[in-house]
Design a protein around this ligand. Structure first.
Ligand SMILES: [Zn+2]
Length: 358
C-alpha cells in the first residue's frame, strides 16, 4: 500500500483529493498548514473532514498533522494581510485576467517543502496537492512545469537512488514511448544499455528528451538508398544500471502477458505506448532495496471545477463539511472569487452546493 501525504485545507479541491486517494487504496497522512489565513473557519472544516473519513470503516487515514508557518509576517496577499480587501463580485473574465490579490506568494513552494519534509520522515511515496491549472490560470505555482520542477528538487534533496523523477514520469506516464532497447553503444570496451527511438518528427524527440530531464541525445543519420538519400533522426538515452534492470524485468512480464515471449531473446521491442502501473514499478524497485524518489501528484490539475465536483460526488466526498470562502463567518459569502467559482462549478455540474451562503 503506497503512503501519501495529502495537503488539505478543508476546501473542495483538497477534500476531493482525499476522497480519490482513499478510493485508490492509499495509506493517508493528511497535512494542514496554518499560514495565517484571514479566518479560522477553514480549520473547522479540515478537522470535520478528517473526522468524517476516520469514522468511516475500512479506510486508512491517520490523524491530521498541522504545521504553523506565519506568512502574515510577509504579507503581500489579501489572505495574509488583513489591510488588503478580498475582491468581491468579479466576473469570470476579470478573475482570470491576471493574478488576483488573493495569491499568496510562494505558497505552494512552501507547502510542498513542508510536505516533503513530512514525507521524508514518514518514508512516504507521494505528496498529493489539490492544485488546479484551469480555474486559476494566473497562478504560476499551479503550472505543471512548476510541479515537475519541485518534484525534481525534492528528489535531489532527499534521494540517492540514481533514478530521477523525470525518468519515472516519462516511463510511467507514457509520454515517452520506447520502441527499442539494445546494447549498442560502446565506450572503451564497455557496453551500455540504450533506449532508442526512431522518429521523423524532431519536435517529439525534443519533447521526449525533456521528459528525461535533458538526458539522452538526438542523432541524425543519413541513409543512402538506390535512388535517394534519406535522413533519419533518432533519440538515444543511456540508461543507468538500475533503470536498465527494471525496464528489462518489467518488459519480461509485459511480453509474457502479451504472448511475445520469443522476442525476449533480444532486448524487447515495444510497439505502442505502454503505461506501467506505478505501484508495480515501486514494489519492483523496493524488492531490490531501492526506494524511488517522492512523487508529487496533482490529480485535479487539468480538471474544470465542475468536473472536480462530479468526480467528488461519485466518490461521496463530504462537500457539506468543506469550506472554500476567503472570508470568515458562519456562512460562505457567495461573492468572493473562491465562492463564485465554487457556485459556478456546482451549477455546471447540475448539482446543489450543500453549504449555507449569505
Ligand atoms: Zn466567499
Amino acid at each position: 500500500m503506497s503512503k501519501a501525504v495529502i495537503l488539505t485545507s478543508g476546501g473542495l479541491d483538497s477534500t476531493t483529493c482525499l476522497g480519490l486517494a482513499l478510493e485508490r487504496g492509499y495509506e493517508i497522512f493528511p497535512l494542514s498548514i496554518r499560514y495565517g489565513q484571514r479566518h479560522e473557519r477553514e480549520y473547522k472544516s479540515i478537522n470535520d473532514v478528517i473526522e468524517y473519513y476516520q469514522m468511516s470503516a475500512k479506510v486508512r487515514i491517520h490523524n491530521l498533522k498541522t504545521v504553523d508557518v506565519n506568512l502574515t509576517a510577509i504579507g503581500g496577499s489579501a489572505l495574509t494581510d488583513k489591510t488588503i480587501a478580498v475582491p468581491v463580485n468579479r466576473d469570470e473574465k476579470t478573475m482570470s485576467s491576471n493574478i488576483p490579490i488573493t495569491y499568496v506568494p510562494m505558497r505552494n513552494t512552501i507547502f510542498l517543502g513542508i510536505a516533503a519534509a513530512y514525507a521524508e520522515v514518514l518514508k512516504a511515496d507521494e505528496i498529493w496537492i489539490g492544485a488546479n491549472n484551469i480555474d486559476y490560470s494566473g497562478y504560476r505555482d499551479c503550472r505543471p512545469e512548476f510541479l515537475e520542477s519541485i518534484e525534481d528538487t525534492i528528489a535531489v534533496a532527499t534521494s540517492d537512488c540514481g533514478i530521477s523523477p523525470s525518468w519515472v514520469r516519462g516511463f510511467i506516464e507514457g509520454e515517452g514511448c520506447f520502441s527499442r532497447c539494445s546494447y549498442d553503444v560502446t565506450e572503451g570496451k564497455k557496453y551500455y544499455p540504450v533506449f532508442s527511438l526512431q522518429q521523423s518528427d524532431l519536435a517529439s524527440l525534443e519533447k521526449l528528451k525533456k521528459f528525461f530531464g535533458g538526458r539522452g541525445h538526438i542523432n541524425e543519420r543519413k541513409y543512402v538508398g538506390k535512388s535517394n538519400i534519406s535522413k533519419k533522426q533518432s533519440w538515444e538515452y543511456r540508461l543507468t544500471y538500475h533503470e536498465a534492470y527494471l525496464v528489462y524485468e518489467l518488459m519480461q512480464g509485459h511480453m509474457k502477458n502479451e504472448g511475445k515471449q520469443e522476442q525476449l531473446n533480444q532486448w524487447p521491442i515495444i510497439t505502442d505506448n505502454k503505461y506501467f502501473d506505478e505501484e508495480e514499478v515501486r514494489i519492483k524497485f523496493e524488492e531490490k532495496g531501492i526506494k524511488l524518489p517522492i512523487r508529487i501528484k496533482a490529480p485535479l490539475l487539468h480538471l474544470k471545477k465542475a468536473d472536480i465536483i462530479k468526480l467528488g460526488i461519485g466518490l461521496k466526498v463530504p462537500y457539506h463539511l468543506t469550506w472554500s470562502c476567503y472570508q470568515g463567518g458562519d456562512r460562505a459569502c457567495g461573492v468572493c472569487d473562491s465562492c463564485k467559482l465554487r457556485l459556478a462549478g456546482f451549477k455546471e455540474a447540475e448539482s446543489c452546493d450543500p453549504i449555507p451562503y449569505d
